[in-house]
Design a protein around this ligand. Structure first.
Ligand code: MTE
Length: 337
């Protein structure tokens, strides 16, 4: 973000990618939710330990989350021929400025985040506004595992197995009014548990906020996640509820959401407010539009090290063009970056 690019040696070379994590992309979306079906339960679905992933630190999942595991659609969307990032990298190389600006800070400091009880407010241009305890908010939804690429604007990337549900399902429930054109996500403001919010040097005007156009939010790829790697979200990854929009730079994926508002006007978002010339509202992954201070043509896939930097070409819309390109038909993506 405003800080300089991390050096290629930030991740240890010994963090090699486990080859057992190659999945086929069973049913990529043909533009409809109906395409998201799983033909059979994966081999781990009945195991006592619900996580199929190596070296996943056990969490302390709330009962509502555990109750949803047996009915989860595993591998509802996958990535063909790309290794899943080891849990350790996904949970120790984070951006969560509420807990500090170093990549290791969120893992070190987010233990103070209290995720139970948690309340989510739905308001603005909706027929059914409300204030929900998270377990009630989650009641209508079946969990799906969505294995997605995550591309940060800082030019590193990962492949993460999220667990969540389509944002479109929530929107259908809350009945946006005809004035609703955008959706805004507001995240937790709690300086007591979030040391970054107590810092006098923070650039961010808290709370961290993000937004989407309503048709982007309705795209089947956009999800609200409550878990990853077969368990609940670790605090540093945005527990207990975060947005995941895989065709956009990672900063759009707001963590620890407390309020979802439907709006008639485009909301102000955190990074656009800090530096509009560097971070746009759309923030679609685009290898042809460079950040003013670095190229976006390629990325470092984690884990990467000095002797195996693991550089790959960045794909337009992070490889999800088939599903999302039509959202931007006729738009100048150089202006609307
Ligand atoms: N959400 C909040 N509340 N605060 C943040 O600082 N950082 C964003 C996004 N969501 C951020 C946030 C950025 S810049 C990125 S790249 C992703 O979270 C990182 O997600 P990860 O740490 O799970 O990889």
């Amino acid at each position: 973000m405003l800080i300089s690019l991390p050096s290629a040696s930030d991740c240890k070379e010994s963090d090699v990618t486990p080859e057992s994590f190659y999945f086929s992309r069973r049913a990529l979306l043909g533009g409809s939710v109906a395409a998201l079906t799983v033909s059979a339960l994966p081999r781990w679905a009945d195991a006592a330990d619900p996580s199929p992933y190596a070296d996943v630190e056990p969490g302390t999942a709330p009962d509502w989350f555990k109750a949803k595991l047996s009915d989860t659609k595993w591998q509802a969307v996958t990535v063909k021929g790309e290794a899943i990032t080891p849990f350790k990298d996904a949970t120790h190389y984070n951006n969560f400025y509420e807990f500090g600006t170093d990549k290791g800070d969120p893992a070190k400091s987010s233990g103070s985040l209290k995720t139970e009880p948690w309340t989510v407010v739905i308001d603005g241009e909706v027929g059914k506004p409300g204030r929900y305890a998270l377990e009630d908010f989650m009641k209508p939804y079946q969990l799906e595992e969505r294995i997605y690429r995550l591309r940060c604007v800082e030019a590193w990337s990962m492949v993460i197995p999220w667990m969540g549900f389509p944002l479109s399902a929530l929107l259908k429930q809350v009945e946006p009014t005809s004035n609703a054109k955008y959706i805004r996500f507001e995240t937790l403001q709690d300086p007591k548990s979030m040391p970054g919010q107590r810092s006098d040097f923070a650039l961010i005007d808290w709370p961290y906020a993000e937004g989407l156009r309503l048709d982007e939010a309705m795209n089947p790829l956009a999800i609200l996640a409550v878990g990853m790697y077969g368990r609940e979200l670790p605090n540093q990854n945005g527990a207990p509820l975060r947005l995941v929009v895989p065709w956009k730079y990672g900063f759009k994926s707001a963590k620890s959401i407390v309020r979802i508002s439907l709006m008639s006007e485009q909301p102000k978002t955190t990074w656009q407010t800090i530096a509009a010339s560097e971070y746009g509202f759309y923030a679609n992954v685009n290898p042809t539009v460079d950040h003013p201070r670095w190229t976006q043509a390629h990325e470092r896939r984690l884990p990467s090290g000095l002797f195996s930097p693991n550089i790959r070409q960045t794909e337009m819309f992070n490889g999800y063009g088939e599903e999302v390109a039509s959202l931007y038909a006729g738009m100048d993506l150089r202006k609307n970056y």
